[in-house]
Write a protein that binds this ligand. Structure first.
Ligand SMILES: Nc1ncnc2c1ncn2[C@@H]1O[C@H](COP(=O)(O)OP(=O)(O)O)[C@@H](O)[C@H]1O
Ligand SMILES: [Mg+2]
Length: 234
């Protein structure tokens, strides 16, 4: 079953066409990736699917429901699609402890057993419980990205949008985070839409991928093509 279905998606910023007629579907349980040079429109597609960019044309379906341009994500839709950004330092509030960062989304949704859920989320991403009183600047880059992943997982989303989640990290830490993401995906039965400019990351993580230039999807790769390294030729 397709959880994400884009048809003729177009996004403009003034006269600039950032995404032009993008078509693809992502099936439940898949990791589908977007590859392409900086500025080709990858993040823009993720931002539409996260409800962060509401000005678009075409057809977008999430969980078999049609979105409409301008629509705000609420309720189940909001919980079910979470995004992890490239730079965990920018996406975490510098003056909030990890406890506050993780507890706040649950408080807003008036959830029960918040302390337990926060501790479990921290454990799942391999951070010690005593980290809860720390601030982002007291963590390494890899630890910060673990916190950002924990925060995204707290709401138990079905879809995780991963926008260059490891490109700000050292190589060794990158591998740890990617393995963590794969383990969490298997444990929670999630579906990933991943953006990366790193061909190794794409080959390691993806079931399928699409290559974009200048807002246009040029071609798709299935798993055999990715294993063959065909995506490295571009
Ligand atoms: N908020 C915005 N306002 C104006 N132009 C934007 C905005 N966001 C993205 N763009 C432009 O849209 C194009 C695609 O950007 P983006 O999706 O961020 O690319 P990528 O993630 O592939 O690097 C780029 O030319 C970028 O400058
Ligand atoms: Mg981007």
């Amino acid at each position: 079953m397709a959880l994400i279905e884009l048809s003729q998606l177009q996004v403009r910023f003034g006269s600039k066409v950032a995404v032009s007629g993008a078509d693809f579907s992502v099936n439940a349980g898949e990791t589908f990736s977007l590859i392409g040079a900086s500025g080709c429109g990858k993040s823009t597609i993720l931002r539409v699917l996260a409800g962060l960019n509401r000005d678009w044309q075409g057809s977008v379906r999430l969980f078999d429901n049609a979105l409409t341009p301008g629509m705000r994500f609420q309720g189940a839709l909001r919980r079910n699609v979470q995004m992890v950004f490239q730079d965990p330092y920018a996406s975490l509030h510098p003056n909030h402890t990890l406890y506050r960062t993780l507890a706040e989304p649950l408080q807003i949704l008036k959830e029960a057993h918040i302390d337990d859920k926060v501790k479990t989320a921290l454990q799942q991403v391999g951070l010690p419980a005593d980290a809860l009183q720390r601030y982002p600047h007291q963590l390494s880059g890899g630890q910060r990205q673990r916190v950002a992943i924990a925060r995204a997982l707290l709401l138990r989303p079905q879809i995780l949008l991963l926008d260059e989640p490891t490109s700000a990290l050292d190589m060794s830490v990158q591998a740890e985070i990617l393995n963590l993401l794969n383990r969490l995906k298997a444990e929670h039965g999630m579906t990933y839409l991943l953006v990366s400019h790193d061909a190794d990351v794409i080959a390691h993580m993806s079931d399928r991928a699409a290559y974009m230039t200048d807002g246009v999807i040029q071609r798709f790769y299935d798993r055999p093509a990715l294993l063959n390294g065909e995506h490295r030729m571009t």
